[in-house]
Every structure is written in structure tokens, then in C-alpha cells.
Design a protein. Structure first.
Length: 446
């Protein structure tokens, strides 16, 4: 499935594990421990771009809260509101939550939810160390919960104990889900009498306050390798054996329990604490990366296509030059064409005259049509003609013989109507002078 690098910040130390993920588990390829002040130089030199991060948050808020049985899309908003109400010192924070189920308390149905929240400023301190060196964080898990990913298949309740520096993390798991988390300071590494006392007190708290009796105590990591305590734990104790680690250095991996456990966390466990702003930043960076790649790809394709076109143009030009070189009659043909064209130009005035003469309407027919006009009491004194483009334009001038204005208008209108009724005639303008009874009509014939 691919190589993965996990970085675990554990107090003053940073533990790094290189592993190959496979279907049946993981194969650890390498593991190393650095001081925190050496880690930035390590990132500068490391070629790996993506990392899974496990971090030991000193300040966190955890609780089991109750909310009304709302739809799943409203759960996160209600959980956030409850955290703001109960953890007033957490202004900006990121959180993870697990829905345990529903209960009926005092005739009211409620949902029980485990929440774990950390301040965004603590997250930014971690994230910025990677961003400033061009690295990408795939996920960031709280170390106190990371080990829980190894026990998803254990249904009975038990108390798990892990160690980071001189702090002991105690958390109760039931049906593979975290019910309670407690971090206590210890006097030394390993298990001592004070640790035994804290474990027994936590077991009693689980019995009394949470009404859950742990079946056993699970010791993880370096706690399995030695025991400096004289007192006894009140319930059976087992150690997390690294039998599932497919590696020759499995016995040494007890000290790397947190980074190794991160490989077994699946997305459905919802343990990732990456902030919304970083997820948005990562998506934008990925989009710019793919956009740049697409632009470069299209540029290369465009350059290649341009080269292909230029090659075709050069080949076509060379082909034309070759055709010209092997066609000696081409110049003779062109010379013959120019001679014939010069001969034709001598006949063009006559051809133009014939063309223009055929486009002029028949004058004889024009006059013949005019003879059919209605000329009752109308005297036509003059007819003038002019030739236009494909038409004949005429002007009729004359006199209306009538004593009354009404009859004069009637005879004149009959003349106008008879002209308009002849096919091919159109009246462009006309006028009648009542004083001297003369008229003027402009007509066009096509």
C-alpha cells in the first residue's frame, strides 16, 4: 500500500517510524529518536513530503456530555456549543467526538458523546513547523488516544496505561470506544508504587462514578519491560505484546508504541485533530499543484502541436518548391494566360456597351403603355424620358380641362390610378396646381 512516516512528539523527544503498510499489517523499516531541538534540522534534510503526526497535548478537555437525540448533521454543532459552555478557557479549539448511543434519564432520551478538545494555538505550533519547511501533515492524533486504535476488537471494558516522559495516561475502553481519560504525573519512568495507587484509584472511580468495572489493566509501551513497584494492582494485569509487528526489531518497538499505533488508526475512528484552516490550506495547495501540472501539460501539448504545424508548413513549402522546379511549362502557361487576357481587354468596351444596352427597358413598350392611360379631360403637353440603371424615368406635364375644382381633382385622380395600375410603372412623385390647372407627374418603369 505504500511507505508512510509517523512522527510522535513525546515531551523532549521525537520518535520517528518508517513503515510499509500492507494488507495484513505493517512492516517497520526504520525507527529513530531525536531531541526536540534536532527535529527542525531533520525536516530540512528529510525527502519525505507527507507525515502522520502524534502529539502529546499538555492541555486538553475531555468529558462525556449529553445532548438531545437530534439528527447526525446537528450533533457537531451541539457538541461544540457544550464545549464552549463547559471549557470557558478554550476560545479557539478543535475537537473529536464519539457517539456512544442513547439513554433514557428521567423520562428523557439523550445521546451520550465522548469529546476531546485541544486549543488551536497548540495545534498551530506543531503544524507551522512542518509548513515552514514545505511538508504536509496527513493527520494529527492525540497520543493519549492513539493507542486505542490497537484495541478495536476487544469488547470487554479494561483500563489502558501508557507512558510519555514521566506522565502516565490512563483511559477506560469499552466495546473499543474510549470512555474516560486521565493524565497523572509520576515520580519516575516505569511502574512504581505511586502509579499502582493511581491505577487502583482510577479503577475504583470507574466502578463508582461510571458504573463500569474494568476486567483488567493493559500496560503498553515501555511499561511492559520492567516493574519497580512492590504494591499490587487490584485487578489482573496484561502487557501489550508486539506479536502483530512484522519486523525483526519488534521487541524494540515497545518504546515506539505511539507512532506505531498511529498506523492502525482508520478514518472511521475520527481521531484527526487537524484544524479547518489547515485543511482548507491543504486543499488550496493541492488545487494549485494540480492546476500548475495541468497548465504545464497543456503548454507542452501546445508547443508540440505548434512544432507539428510548423513541420507541416515547412514540408508543404518544400513540396511546392519541388513541384515548381519539376514543372518547366508553368512559366509558358502563365505567359500565354497574360497574352489572352490582354487580347480580351480590347473587346471589353464593346462587351460593356452590349451589356448596358440589354439592361435598358424597351422605350417603345414604355410609350405604348402610356397610350393606354385614362385621359378624360386631360391634356398631356410634354413627356420627357431619362435612362437609369435598369430603368426608364419619365416626367408627364399637362392640363386638366375642367371648370370646377371637384371635377378637376376627379379627372386627375383617374389619371394617377391608371398609371399605378400598369404593370412595371411606379409613381415617384406628382402634383396638381389648382390655380392654373396644370399637373406634374414623375414615373419610373422597370
Amino acid at each position: 500500500m505504500g511507505k508512510t512516516v509517523t512522527v510522535s512528539f513525546e515531551g523532549e523527544n521525537v520518535r520517528i517510524v518508517y513503515a510499509t503498510l500492507k494488507k495484513k499489517g505493517i512492516v517497520v523499516d526504520d525507527a529513530l529518536v531525536l531531541k526536540d531541538e534536532q527535529f527542525d534540522d531533520f525536516l530540512e534534510k528529510e525527502k519525505t513530503k507527507e507525515f502522520i503526526v502524534v502529539y502529546d497535548f499538555k492541555h486538553f478537555y475531555q468529558d462525556i456530555i449529553s445532548i438531545p437525540p437530534v439528527k447526525n448533521r446537528y450533533v457537531k454543532n451541539l457538541v461544540e456549543a457544550e464545549i464552549r459552555k463547559k471549557a470557558s478557557d478554550f476560545k479557539e479549539f478543535s475537537f473529536i467526538h464519539f457517539v456512544y448511543g442513547e439513554k433514557i434519564i428521567e423520562n428523557r432520551r439523550i445521546k451520550e458523546i465522548f469529546v476531546f478538545a485541544v486549543r488551536n494555538e497548540d495545534l498551530r505550533d506543531v503544524i507551522n513547523r512542518f509548513i515552514h519547511r514545505g511538508k504536509v501533515i496527513k493527520a494529527i492524533y492525540p497520543s493519549v488516544l492513539t493507542v486505542a486504535g490497537l484495541f478495536k476488537s476487544i469488547e470487554e471494558p479494561f483500563l489502558c496505561v501508557s507512558e510519555i516522559g514521566q506522565n502516565k495516561n490512563l483511559f477506560l475502553l469499552r466495546d473499543g470506544k474510549i470512555q474516560f481519560v486521565r493524565t497523572v504525573h509520576s515520580l519516575a519512568h516505569g511502574i512504581n508504587d505511586l502509579d499502582i495507587q493511581n491505577i487502583n484509584m482510577t479503577v475504583n472511580y470507574c466502578k463508582q462514578a461510571m458504573r463500569t468495572t474494568p476486567s483488567f489493566v493493559m500496560l503498553t509501551g515501555s511499561l511492559c519491560s520492567y516493574d519497580n513497584a512492590a504494591a499490587n494492582i487490584s485487578i489482573p494485569v496484561v502487557c501489550l505484546a508486539p506479536l502483530f509487528f512484522r519486523s525483526q526489531m519488534s521487541s524494540a518497538l515497545l518504546d515506539f508504541i505511539f507512532p506505531v499505533s498511529a498506523f492502525f488508526i482508520t478514518r472511521d475512528m475520527n481521531l484527526d485533530l487537524l484544524t479547518r484552516e489547515y485543511k482548507s490550506f491543504s486543499q488550496l495547495t493541492l488545487l494549485l499543484k494540480y492546476s500548475t501540472f495541468l497548465f504545464l501539460s497543456l503548454s507542452i501539448i501546445g508547443i508540440g502541436y505548434g512544432g507539428f504545424i510548423v513541420k507541416n508548413i515547412v514540408e508543404s513549402k518544400n513540396k511546392l518548391s519541388s513541384i515548381r522546379m519539376h514543372s518547366p511549362d508553368g512559366e509558358n502557361t502563365l505567359s500565354l494566360y497574360e497574352n489572352k487576357r490582354a487580347e480580351l481587354s480590347g473587346y471589353m468596351p464593346f462587351i460593356t456597351l452590349l451589356k448596358n444596352s440589354t439592361s435598358i427597358p424597351d422605350i417603345q413598350r414604355f410609350l405604348s403603355l402610356l397610350s393606354g392611360l385614362t385621359t378624360d379631360n386631360i391634356r398631356i403637353d410634354s413627356i420627357s424620358l431619362s435612362v437609369g440603371e435598369g430603368s426608364l424615368k419619365g416626367e408627364l406635364k399637362g392640363l386638366v380641362k375642367s371648370e370646377s375644382y371637384a371635377n378637376m381633382q376627379m379627372y386627375y385622380q383617374k389619371l394617377i390610378n391608371s398609371i399605378s395600375g400598369i404593370n412595371g410603372f411606379s409613381i415617384k412623385g406628382h402634383s396638381l396646381e389648382l390655380k392654373d390647372k396644370t399637373f406634374h407627374i414623375e414615373i419610373e418603369y422597370r
